[in-house]
Write a protein that binds this ligand. Structure first.
Ligand code: UDP
Length: 240
């Protein structure tokens, strides 16, 4: 039996959240901590889908800044998310959590293709589903992927896990010691004040579909469970 208010969640993990302090690549101890935290939540009976980013390996914008064609650079970023997704699947399964990776860019030897109804079926069977490959389209982000998949699978909330930041602030707390953390915001606040919660495409999609978002730090073990159990440890962003 679940002791939480959420039946189905999307966990958004940026690539950076998997790289730990090294800032690049995958840090096994970090990915194992994430997997253990996901396990705790799955054991509460919550259906967990994960959208994984790729910025720890490659970002399309960075490639374009180096003179590459933007769409090609973006496809490289989408492939990076698949590598991260496989690493997370491997870790989750080592903790005994049945996990399926679905990718929006087909590569059948590696992962299932993204099929919405099949993803929902996996979730109903209490398998963790990892959505890899972003939306499958250049010029988008994995934040937008999280918003899109949340709408498609009717998730109750998006949990946006951050590395070393515990919510949304009015200024960068690492630079400005007087920065103030918000407990609650609307998507309009995020858009109007240009807060770096997620990109504007993702924010708009969440706002239009009334999908709440909780920004929190994944650095402390057990935080995903705390959020799912309704503890106010981050910032909640709502539609209205
Ligand atoms: N990307 C894309 N379309 C998508 C999702 C991602 O083109 O639907 C590319 C884009 O180049 C992006 C990269 O994949 O920079 C990695 O994703 P993102 O930057 O969202 O990862 P994160 O910041 O969460 O690590």
């Amino acid at each position: 039996m679940t002791t939480t208010q959420y039946k189905r969640i999307i966990l958004k993990l940026s690539g950076e959240a998997l790289s730990g302090n090294q800032g690049f690549g995958i840090e096994p101890s970090v990915i194992n901590s994430v997997a253990q935290q996901v396990k705790e939540v799955a054991e509460l009976g919550v259906e967990v889908a994960v959208v994984v980013g790729g910025g720890n390996i490659w970002r399309g914008k960075g490639g374009a800044e180096m003179g590459m064609d933007r769409a090609t650079a973006d496809y490289m970023g989408m492939l990076a998310t698949v590598m991260n997704s496989l690493a997370l699947q491997d870790s989750l399964e080592s903790y005994g959590i049945p996990t399926r990776v679905q990718t929006s860019i087909e590569m059948r030897q590696v992962a299932e293709p993204y099929i919405r109804r099949k993803a929902i079926r996996h979730l109903e069977k209490k398998r963790v589903v990892i959505f890899a490959g972003g939306t499958g389209n250049p010029y988008f982000s994995t934040d937008t992927t999280a918003a899109l998949r949340a709408a498609e699978i009717e998730a109750d909330v998006i949990l946006m896990a951050k590395n070393n930041v515990d919510g949304v602030y009015n200024d960068d707390p690492k630079v400005n010691k007087d920065a103030v953390k918000y407990d609650e915001l609307s998507y309009l606040d995020v858009l109007n004040e240009g807060l770096g919660v997620m990109d504007s495409t993702a924010s708009t999609l969440c706002m239009d579909n009334d999908i709440p978002l909780i920004v929190f730090s994944i650095t402390e073990n057990g935080n995903i469970k705390k959020v799912v159990e309704g503890n106010n440890i981050g910032t909640i962003v709502r539609g209205k």
